[in-house]
Design a protein around this ligand. Structure first.
Ligand SMILES: Cc1cc2nc3c(=O)[nH]c(=O)nc-3n(C[C@H](O)[C@H](O)[C@H](O)COP(=O)(O)OP(=O)(O)OC[C@H]3O[C@@H](n4cnc5c(N)ncnc54)[C@H](O)[C@@H]3O)c2cc1C
Length: 524
């Protein structure tokens, strides 16, 4: 979403080259179900949305960024609607059209704008339509961005990208670059994220010297479908299902959430994920149940066609049977540190969306605020980038090549024999991260994780440069950043819960920032 919106916007200023490592639709955005949060109803305001976001952020969210994102949201969401994204609406008695708004945990108002439960896919299709018909935007699919290209002054002037069909690495030069590479859920054994979510942008940013912030704050979604994997990802049962009244129960039918939080099933996600982890530890078993059987079956099928049809295909009729669910790694709040114009600490480099840390989420993400962040911060980046390009032109500064020009450089080496080793190392990484840098952490577990990550990185260095090998090295680098940030936070706050320090500590109420000088980056 961040990359597409940026391209759509900045193309008014010049040519844009969009590099994506798979087909144009494969992304985290494609799987977002619940919706995008924006204060668009008459009983709501940006101020209330801002307060809810700050409260959830547990003292670390940046108030200026939260204010600007929540204020810019409604206008940009309406722009998406006018671009043809089919958000659900209804007409009131006078015939006026309003968004049909969902409710999610932590929001004091119904403010989740959605397109049934295909919100992300519908947004993506709408934006793809816009950029495909835009002659200023060229899309390079199946091109893997390997590393950023910096000039002798440390300014980002492009990216090295591997053409997967020829195995050739090309240098793509550009006047400005935006990293919008999404999440890193594939670092954990259980995740809702698709295969592309390997933290490449954060790893590239780190290797090029960008400051990285708040990587310890990882959101584990409480309810992913237990027992079925869809192409390496767990299928998400959106929080909006609980918003409609579904109840979490132990396998013997006990509704446990009221014992953990006053908002019961609509408590913040970290509270729900920890409650499930606790119930599983106390009572044994590998899953709990999400019960929607008391809800109107027609409304359920109509509001959640994706969830009800996918579950039915897998043998679960959600209108008659409770759904077995477990928590899974879902979203990383941290990333490449940016200011409120999406600029990173590397000149010429912008970052937006899940790979960035703008300060919106702080220690915890309010549901449906990530699509909003991707949209607003990509918009801010486009505005600033256009200004920067205009500035370069008016100062007569001439760069060697025009935006988006490409030169072939080196041939990548890949060996099929490496594949099995890559898969094995990736599995070990995922298990370690699940065990030691998951929902509940300890000092000893984190120290153990650091040791194993160093050892795994050593083993991975000898692998050739296949895409899978480079993704593995990126996953190792960003996992290390998660663990290092977690070790630097001897407290529990928001999404970071350390059993050895179970309470927040005022002295830790700040961002955790890491830069390249602190440990050697793994090579791409
Ligand atoms: C199952 C699921 C449900 C969700 N539901 C919601 C929701 O309801 N509301 C909400 O607000 N958020 C939701 N989220 C989170 C939200 O979808 C993401 O945070 C958001 O879509 C991220 O957008 P993005 O543009 O930053 O990244 P993405 O949409 O992930 O796009 C990243 C792009 O970068 C490409 N890429 C990555 N690495 C490279 C590389 N090395 N070279 C070239 N290209 C590369 C990828 O192929 C992809 O095209 C959900 C996430 C998941 C997984």
């Amino acid at each position: 979403m961040a990359g597409l919106w940026f391209s759509h916007r900045v193309s008014r200023q010049g040519s844009v080259l969009l590099v994506t490592k798979k087909t144009d639709t494969e992304s985290n955005t494609n799987y977002a179900q619940g919706g995008i949060a924006a204060a668009v109803s008459s009983d709501d305001s940006a101020q209330l949305h801002c307060e809810d976001t700050l409260r959830t952020g547990a003292g670390i969210a940046h108030p200026d960024v939260v204010k600007l994102v929540t204020e810019a949201g409604p206008g940009l969401v309406r722009e998406l609607f006018s671009l043809g994204v089919p958000f659900n609406t209804y007409a009131d008695g006078s015939g006026a059209e309003h968004f049909d708004l969902g409710q999610e945990g932590g929001h004091r108002r119904r403010r989740i704008v959605h397109a049934r439960d295909f919100t992300g896919a519908e947004i993506e299709h709408g934006l793809l339509r816009a950029v495909r018909s835009n002659r200023n935007v060229t899309m390079l699919e199946e091109h893997f961005a390997v590393d950023l290209f910096l000039d002798e002054n440390g300014r980002c002037c492009g990216v090295f990208a591997l053409d997967k069909s020829t195995g050739t690495v090309e240098l793509v030069r550009a006047r400005v670059c935006l990293l919008a590479t999404g999440g890193m859920g594939q670092a954990w054994l259980h995740t809702t994220n698709p295969r592309i979510a390997t933290g490449d942008g954060v790893a590239m940013g780190y290797r090029s010297g960008a400051r990285i912030a708040d990587m310890e704050f990882v959101q584990f979604h409480p309810t992913s479908l237990y027992g079925h994997l869809l192409e390496d990802r767990a299928f998400l049962i959106s929080e909006a299902v609980r918003g409609e009244g579904a109840i979490l129960r132990t396998r013997d039918g006990h509704a446990f959430m009221p014992e953990y939080h006053q908002d019961a099933d609509l408590a913040p996600r970290d509270v729900v994920a920890r409650a499930i982890a606790t119930e599983l530890r106390l009572r044994g078993g590998e899953y709990v149940l999400l019960d929607a059987t008391h809800l109107d079956p027609n409304r359920l099928r109509d509001r959640f066609p994706n969830i009800s049809e996918t579950c039915l295909r897998l043998g679960i009729d959600i209108t008659r049977q409770p759904i077995p669910v477990v928590p899974a790694a879902h979203y990383v709040c941290g990333g490449i540190e940016t200011n409120d114009r999406a600029e990173t600490s590397v000149p010429g480099l912008f970052a937006a969306g899940e790979c960035a840390c703008s300060g919106l989420h702080g220690a915890n993400r309010l549901a449906s605020n990530s699509l909003l962040e991707a949209l607003v911060m990509a918009d801010r980046a486009a505005e600033r980038a256009a200004g920067e390009v205009r500035g370069q032109e008016s100062s007569g500064e001439r760069r060697e090549a025009r935006m988006g020009s490409r030169e072939s450089r080196v041939q990548s080496s890949a060996s099929a024999a490496d594949d099995a080793r890559v898969a094995g190392l990736r599995r070990r990484l995922q298990s370690r991260m699940w065990q030691s840098a998951g929902i509940v952490r300890t000092d000893a577990g984190l120290a153990e994780a650091r040791k194993e990550l160093v050892a795994l990185a050593d083993e991975a260095e000898s692998l050739g440069s296949s895409v899978a090998g480079m993704e593995l090295r990126n996953l190792l680098a960003v996992s290390r950043l998660v663990v290092e940030c977690a070790l630097r936070r001897p407290e529990s706050r928001g999404l970071h819960y350390n059993e050895d320090h179970p309470k927040p500590d005022d002295r830790c109420q700040r961002d955790t920032v890491i830069s390249r000088s602190e440990f050697a980056p793994s090579p791409a």
